[in-house]
Design a protein around this ligand. Structure first.
Ligand SMILES: *Cc1c(COP(=O)(O)O)cnc(C)c1O
Length: 397
């Protein structure tokens, strides 16, 4: 057996690789440069073009570009009309923003449990958590794999709930042939560097509903109305506008928008490479004792954002921390996605207790995300596989 690097053995790799990394090339730099030297660096034509590109790509009627994915979720909650006393059902197996957005508007996040094999929110658990106060569902396409659209749509229709999809992981994925972004009432994207396409910080919301689009638009730019058709008072001239609701400044700049339009052109290529790596990992890990791989949802054509291995403690003698630290010493830097949201002190102080979602809590104990991004070389992928097998082999009971 190979000696682990953490115990003084030779590491699998010389150079550390991380679990995620942006893919930026000269064409992105050129796109940014062109806008920086143009007349508008914000509120100009590149944002409008990006919104059209996103609508075209996803098949949604409308898109609003915003400053980040959290702003996208906040705008969606505003457009949904959520307020104090309303309940919003979401998953604890996500980044905190999926639940925080409900808190921003005074509503109450309610955590439904996940499916223990796919790790996505379980439609059955959504149903069990519905009360007369429930107004919306924020469903997360975890790791890029689509949530069960049809079941969730049916539940939302039955109980008159707004279906918000947190697709921060899922741009490029499709469900039964339909692209994410065209399916829920509103779909929120993030373009942070760890996500599939990026412009630094960035986000967007897509919708097919004209009224929601109008509300999203107002929410992201101070609630300011310039369209004459919507003015409440007579116009006083070309300078005239009205603030008709309370909005924010969640606008994206034009140079970021230009970069993102350029990234979007490369998305299908990124997706193909991500799928190739996922296939290789799946093959390699399917029969490794002590490692459990995420189950695929058949209807989802997934552009995978994260690759998660789950440690099976019936077969391994180590803790997750020991496994994680051993991987770091092999120079494969992993990450954990995610700590259940209601474990955080802020949520604890709001009265959330452990035990709410037993599946999520159990899954959390053993999960770890390994490197996945398009610019990984085949050798990087094989090193990662080697490191996982080496560490798992060492700790096998
Ligand atoms: C990244 C992420 C967000 C937040 O996006 P930002 O652009 O970082 O604000 C929201 N939800 C999920 C599931 C995410 O992964």
């Amino acid at each position: 057996m190979e000696q682990l690097a953490i115990m003084g053995g030779k590491p699998v790799r010389e150079k550390k690789i991380f679990y995620g990394r942006q893919c930026v090339d000269e064409t992105d730099v050129e796109a940014v440069k062109e806008v920086l030297l143009s007349d508008y660096i914000t509120c100009g034509p590149a944002v409008k073009k990006l919104e059209k590109d996103l609508a075209d790509y996803t098949g949604a009627k409308y898109a609003v570009a915003v400053s980040n994915g959290t702003a996208a979720l906040h705008c969606a909650c505003i457009a949904a009309g959520l307020k104090e006393g309303d309940e919003v059902i979401t998953t604890p197996m996500t980044f905190a923003a999926s639940a925080n957005c409900a808190l921003y508007v005074g509503a109450t996040p309610v955590f439904a449990d996940i499916n223990p094999e796919t790790y996505n929110i379980d439609p059955k658990s959504i149903r069990e958590h519905i009360t007369p106060k429930t107004k919306a569902v924020v469903a997360v396409d975890f790791t890029g794999q689509c949530v069960e659209q049809e079941e969730i749509r049916a539940i939302c229709d039955e109980f008159n709930l707004i279906f918000i999809e947190d697709a921060a992981h899922a741009i490029g994925s499709a469900y039964n042939g339909k692209k994410v972004g065209s399916l829920a009432d509103m779909t929120c994207f993030s373009f942070h560097p760890v996500k599939t396409i990026t412009c630094g910080e960035g986000g967007a919301i897509t919708t097919n509903d004209a009224e929601l689009y109008h509300k999203l638009y107002l929410a992201h730019t101070h609630g300011i109305e310039k369209d004459e058709a919507y003015l409440e008072e007579p116009s006083e001239g070309v300078w005239y506008y009205e603030q008709v609701s309370l909005g924010y400044n969640y606008r994206l700049t034009d140079f970021q928008a230009a970069m993102l339009s350029n990234q979007l052109k490369k998305l299908d290529g990124f997706k193909a490479r991500r799928q190739e790596i996922v296939k290789r990992y799946d093959e390699a890990f399917r029969n490794v004792p002590g490692i459990i791989v995420q189950k695929e949802i058949e209807e989802s054509d997934t552009c995978r954002h994260l690759y998660i291995i789950r440690l099976d403690f019936e077969k391994l003698s180590c803790t997750r921390r020991e496994f994680f630290d051993a991987m770091s010493a092999e120079n494969v830097q992993c990450q954990v996605h995610y700590i259940p949201v209601y474990f955080f002190p802020h949520y604890k102080r709001l009265g959330y207790e452990r035990g709410l979602c037993p599946n999520a809590e159990e899954i959390y104990k053993g999960i770890m995300s390994i490197p996945l991004y398009p610019s990984l070389t085949d050798a990087d992928v094989e090193d990662t596989i080697h490191a996982v097998k080496k560490v798992a082999g060492y700790y096998l009971k």
